[in-house]
Write a protein that binds this ligand. Structure first.
Ligand code: PMP
Length: 353
């Protein structure tokens, strides 16, 4: 830390992104990216947009907001677009947490970082023993609620009816539902934003739409909440979506069929991987996401992570008390999953010889 760094931030522990190693080619199953490239339309649109990079992008992001609104049955004033969904979550913590924040003790690590960044008092509510959320903990609260649905790194989803119970029991607090992984078998609450003025649903192009590298996220809410988020967007970076990303995003949305096919393939690969992992003794949480959270009684989570890395396969390990026996494994292509399963079997066999 330099002697110039503001005291406001000196004690911050920043978010640690998953490894993005540049040294060699790994089978990368550690950051929940899609194994599929963006659609040809997205790639072509981005290439064409490159010819206009001397110009600023449209700060209103109108074209993409209208397209998202049409796809989800909303109006453009119910949509904000951001630089990854991390940015809309950042704005939500800034905007709506004067009364504190609550979220599960095991969830997306960035929530805690944002809360600390803005000095928002927060309570981390323990998940149940089976790693599921007890919705009773989130009803009738004085704080702003953040829930990833499906949750991460567990992959366990809540139903729309359960989310709706949380939303209706907190009429004077915003409930933020982070749907980064909803397209892999979860149920989206997007349509509920027409019904409730205290619900913000966030989503991303990083997972189901194969655009993690472009950084494009979105938020759905009633126009008043969206206007608050826009105030923060215009107060930080009105050009948060660059021309290449905007064009690619529009191209991707023109190919929803392909997105659906890709999600279907991931879900099939997930079911296959879960069944194979269970055959070799793993316990695997019931995931509705593009990853699974799995532990094997014969090998510690960290050791398995390290041994897989030696074999060129990256998964995500969290060195925390309730999580350390597990690894979060992104569901990729069938070939990637075969490579993972072969490596895991070799590691387990080595140990038994
Ligand atoms: N929410 C959850 C639960 C996530 O795991 C992630 C990232 N991995 C995000 C939001 C943010 O993703 P992005 O900024 O790429 O949209």
């Amino acid at each position: 830390m330099s002697r110039f760094f503001s005291r406001n931030f000196a004690a911050l522990t920043p978010y640690t992104p998953g490894e993005q190693p540049q040294d060699k080619q790994y089978v990368k199953l550690n950051t929940n990216e899609s194994p599929f490239p963006p659609s040809a339309k997205a790639q072509q649109a981005a290439a064409e947009a490159a010819a206009s990079l001397q110009l600023y992008p449209d700060p209103t992001c109108r074209a993409i907001r209208e397209k998202l609104a049409a796809l989800y049955g909303l109006t453009a004033d119910e949509v904000v677009v951001t630089n990854g969904s991390d940015e809309v979550l950042n704005f939500a913590f800034m905007a709506f947490c004067d009364n504190g924040a609550i979220f599960p003790d095991i969830t997306y690590g960035f929530y805690r970082v944002f809360a600390d960044l803005y000095r928002i008092p927060c309570e981390e509510i323990p998940l149940k023993a089976d790693f599921s959320i007890d919705i009773a903990d989130y009803k009738g609260r004085k704080e702003t609620v953040f829930i990833a649905n499906p949750n991460a790194p567990t992959g366990i989803p809540l139903t729309v009816a359960e989310i709706e119970e949380i939303v209706t029991s907190n009429p004077d607090r915003v409930v933020v539902v982070d749907e980064a992984y909803v397209d892999f078998g979860g149920e989206s609450c997007a349509s509920l934003v027409k019904k409730y003025d205290n619900l913000l649903v966030t989503g991303t192009f990083s997972k189901s739409r194969s655009m993690a590298g472009a950084r494009l996220g979105f938020g759905f809410a009633c126009p008043a909440l969206i206007a608050d988020l826009e105030t923060l967007r215009y107060s930080t970076n009105p050009y948060n979506i660059n021309r290449l990303t905007m064009a690619a995003g529009l191209g991707q949305l023109a190919d929803e069929e392909e997105t659906r096919r890709n999600c279907q393939a991931i879900m099939e690969n997930r079911e296959y991987t879960v069944a194979e992992l269970k055959k070799i003794g793993f316990s695997v949480l019931p995931s509705a996401a593009n990853f699974v959270f799995a532990a094997n009684p014969h090998i510690g989570g960290k050791e398995l992570y390290l041994r897989l890395k030696e074999k060129g396969i990256l998964v995500r390990h969290f060195d925390k008390p309730r999580l350390k026996e597990y690894n979060r494994i992104t569901i990729g292509s069938r070939e990637q999953m075969e490579a993972l399963l072969t490596a895991v079997k070799e590691i387990l066999e080595d140990d038994f010889q």
